[in-house]
Design a protein around this ligand. Structure first.
Ligand code: ATP
Ligand code: MG
Length: 421
C-alpha cells in the first residue's frame, strides 16, 4: 500500500463540509470588508522567501521544501502567503489601482516541521492583507475583520494578544540591550537559543523552554524601547479596538517568526490548543514591498491556520453544517432508471441533496441503505407506480408514506423536508 507523505493529511467527508463552510464564511466576511481574493502559485522562487521571511528564521533555515527544477532553478513550495502577495502586488502593478489594495487568500502552505496536533507539513492558511495604508486605522480594520470572522463562526473564547515590535531601527537597539541583559546568563539558555543568539536573537523571546522563559521574563520588554512614533501607532490601534469593544491583551514578549513584521504584531490564542499552538498570526510590514524592490507601500495583515481553526470549531457551527438532509431516490427495475435520473436532477435543482441508488439494489436493500445514509426521505420509483405516473414518497423520520403524482414529487419532497425541520 502506498501511504501519504508524512505530515500531509487526507481531509475526508463529512469534515470537508466544515472546511468549505469556513472558507465560504471567510470569503463572505472578508469580502464584506472589501478584501478580494487573490490566487498565487504554490511554487515561488526560493529567493522570495529568503529575502522576505528572512534567512535566520526557522521557516527559511530549516522548514522550507526547496528543490531544483529541471533547468536548475531553485524553487520553494510556499511556506506562507504574504511574501507571494507582495511579489504579485509588485509584478502586476497593483499599486496603480485605487489604494489601499485589500486582498484575501486561502490555500495550502508547506513547512518541513515535526508533526503533532495542529502542526503539519502541508497545512492551510486563510489570510488578508491591506496594502497602501500606513495609518493605525488599517491595523484596527484587519483585527476587526478577524474578530468578526471568528465571531461569525461562533467562537467566543478566543483571545487576541498584541505587541509593539517598533521599527527595524528600534529592534536593532532592543536586540543590543537584550543581549547585554542576557549575557550573564548566556550559558543557561537552551541549545536552540544559543543558535538564535547570533542568527535571530528576537526569537529567544518566544522560546518555550522554562529556563529561557524565566530569563527572558527579567528583560526589558521591546515595547519599552521603541520610538515615540511606533508607540503612538500601536497605542492608537489599541484605542481603536477598545472603541469598538474588541478585547485585546498586551503580550510584552510576543514576537513573530518572520523578519518582516514591525510595530503592531498580534496572535489569536485558543484556550483549547494553548499558547504554543496559535490559531492566527499577523502584523504590520511597512518595508516588505520596498525590500522586494517595489515602492514604499506599507501593509498589514494576518494568516489564520485553517487546520487549527477547524480543530476547535464551536459545536454550534458543526451542528449547523452537519444538519444537512438527504433524500434517496430508489428506482426499482430497469425501466425506472431513466425516470429516477430525471427526478434526481429536478430535486437537485430545487436545492435538495440526493443520493440515487445506482447499484441495482432491491427495494428492501435500498431501504436498508437509506437508513445507513441517514436519509430523511426516500422516493420509490417502481414499475407499477411509473405505469400509473406516480411515485411513493416515504418519510423516513416518521415511517409514513404517500403516493404522489410524478409531477408533484419535487414540491412534496421540498415540503416534507421543511416540515421535518
Ligand atoms: P508556530 O509558532 O505555531 O510555529 P508560526 O509563527 O510559525 O506558528 P505563522 O507563520 O505566523 O505561524 O503562520 C500563521 C498561522 O498558520 C499560525 O498561527 C498557525 O495557525 C498556522 N500554522 C503555521 N505553521 C503550521 C503548521 N505547520 N501546521 C498547521 N498550521 C500551521
Ligand atoms: Mg512555525
Amino acid at each position: 500500500m502506498i501511504r501519504k507523505v508524512k505530515g500531509t493529511r487526507d481531509i475526508l467527508p463529512p469534515e470537508t463540509q466544515l472546511w468549505n463552510e469556513v472558507e465560504c464564511t471567510a470569503l463572505r466576511i472578508f469580502g464584506g470588508f472589501g478584501y478580494s481574493e487573490i490566487r498565487m502559485p504554490l511554487l515561488e522562487p526560493t529567493e522570495l522567501f529568503v529575502r522576505t521571511v528572512g534567512e535566520g528564521t526557522d521557516i527559511v533555515s530549516k522548514e522550507m521544501y526547496t528543490f531544483t527544477d529541471r533547468k536548475g532553478r531553485s524553487l520553494t513550495l510556499r511556506p506562507e502567503g504574504t511574501a507571494g502577495v507582495a511579489r504579485a502586488f509588485i509584478e502586476n502593478g497593483l499599486g496603480q489601482r485605487p489604494q489601499p489594495m485589500r486582498l484575501s487568500y486561502h490555500g495550502p502552505m508547506f513547512r518541513y516541521e515535526r508533526m503533532q496536533r495542529g502542526r503539519y507539513r502541508q497545512f492551510s492558511q486563510i489570510g488578508i492583507e491591506i496594502l497602501g495604508a500606513a495609518n493605525p486605522a488599517a491595523d484596527v480594520e484587519v483585527i476587526v475583520a478577524l474578530h468578526t470572522f471568528l465571531a461569525e463562526l461562533g467562537f467566543d473564547d478566543l483571545i487576541i494578544v498584541l505587541n509593539n515590535l517598533g521599527d527595524p531601527e528600534d529592534r536593532e537597539r532592543f536586540i543590543t540591550g537584550l543581549k547585554t541583559e542576557l549575557t550573564p546568563h548566556r550559558g543557561e539558555l537552551c541549545g536552540d537559543c544559543q543558535r538564535r543568539w547570533d542568527e535571530n536573537p528576537l526569537r529567544i523571546l518566544d522560546c518555550k523552554v522554562p529556563r529561557c522563559r524565566e530569563l527572558v521574563a527579567e528583560t526589558t520588554p521591546v515595547a519599552d524601547v521603541v520610538s515615540e512614533d511606533a508607540r503612538h501607532h500601536v497605542a492608537t490601534v489599541e484605542a481603536g479596538l477598545e472603541a469598538v469593544s474588541i478585547p485585546v491583551r498586551r503580550a510584552p514578549r510576543l514576537v513573530r517568526g518572520l523578519d518582516y513584521y514591525l510595530r503592531t504584531v498580534f496572535e489569536v490564542i485558543s484556550p483549547e490548543l494553548g499558547e504554543d499552538t496559535v490559531i492566527c498570526g499577523g502584523g504590520r510590514y511597512d518595508r516588505l514591498i520596498s525590500d522586494l524592490g517595489g515602492a514604499a507601500v506599507p501593509g498589514v495583515g494576518f494568516a489564520i491556520g485553517e487546520d487549527r481553526l477547524v480543530d476547535v470549531l464551536p459545536q454550534s457551527f458543526k451542528d449547523r453544517v452537519f444538519d444537512q438532509r438527504v433524500v434517496v431516490v430508489l428506482p426499482v427495475g430497469d425501466a425506472a432508471t431513466a425516470p429516477a435520473t430525471a427526478l434526481a436532477r429536478e430535486l437537485v435543482l430545487a436545492g435538495v441533496t440526493v443520493h440515487t441508488e445506482v447499484t441495482g439494489r432491491s427495494l428492501k436493500a435500498g431501504l436498508k441503505w437509506s437508513g445507513k445514509m441517514a436519509a430523511s426521505a426516500a422516493v420509490i420509483l417502481g414499475e407499477s407506480e411509473l405505469a400509473d405516473g406516480v411515485a411513493v414518497i416515504r418519510d423516513l423520520d416518521r415511517g409514513e408514506q404517500e403516493t404522489v403524482a410524478l409531477v408533484d414529487v419535487v414540491s412534496h419532497v421540498v415540503e416534507l423536508l421543511q416540515i421535518q425541520r
